[in-house]
Design a protein. Structure first.
Length: 169
């Protein structure tokens, strides 16, 4: 949820719009925003539910892999993620092993199944390029090798600084 709000590049969209864009129910979106506020990943209504970039960065870099450990599956069709998708694909050379993909019947790539952070993430990501790239970076932080994680961490920090600067104006 917090990454979708960051990807939106403005104040938090209404719950109904977020629900449609994330392929979730409005009540799931509302509960998710409240959880993110309690965890201090989002500021409260007084700051228009803006992302708390420092807390979000700390969580993604240091905690995400423990809360959402990577779950790999079988060879499947899906949507590329981690080092196999932009913004990392152009930086990290792919080896001979199958690429990580979120299982999705309408996906265009074959690879090893990689469970997304949320079941509808592939659908939502394909409709929002910026959100997709944030999820790709998060997956590299969850499961990447040291070099992949460092590149993802640097890119995430760069994007957060830019997003934070936009939201302050």
């Amino acid at each position: 949820m917090a990454l979708k709000i960051v990807a939106g590049e403005s104040v938090r969209a209404p719950y109904s719009r977020l629900a449609v864009e994330l392929v979730m129910s409005p009540s799931e979106v509302h509960a998710s925003v409240l959880r993110a506020q309690r965890c201090r990943l989002l500021h409260g209504p007084q700051l228009k539910n803006r992302p708390n970039f420092s807390a979000l960065e700390e969580f993604l870099v240091h905690g995400l892999k423990y809360v959402f450990p990577p779950e790999r599956g079988e060879l499947t069709r899906g949507v590329a993620t981690s080092y196999a998708a932009e913004p990392l694909r152009g930086i990290i050379a792919q080896g001979n092993e199958p690429a990580p993909v979120w299982p999705y019947d309408e996906g265009k790539q074959r690879g090893i199944g990689f469970e997304p952070l949320y079941r509808t993430a592939p659908i939502a990501a394909l409709c929002d390029r910026s959100f997709y790239e944030y999820l790709v970076l998060a997956d590299a932080l969850r499961d990447g090798h040291i070099r992949e994680r460092k590149i993802a961490e640097d890119e995430l920090r760069r994007r957060f600084r830019a997003a934070n600067a936009r939201l302050k104006h």
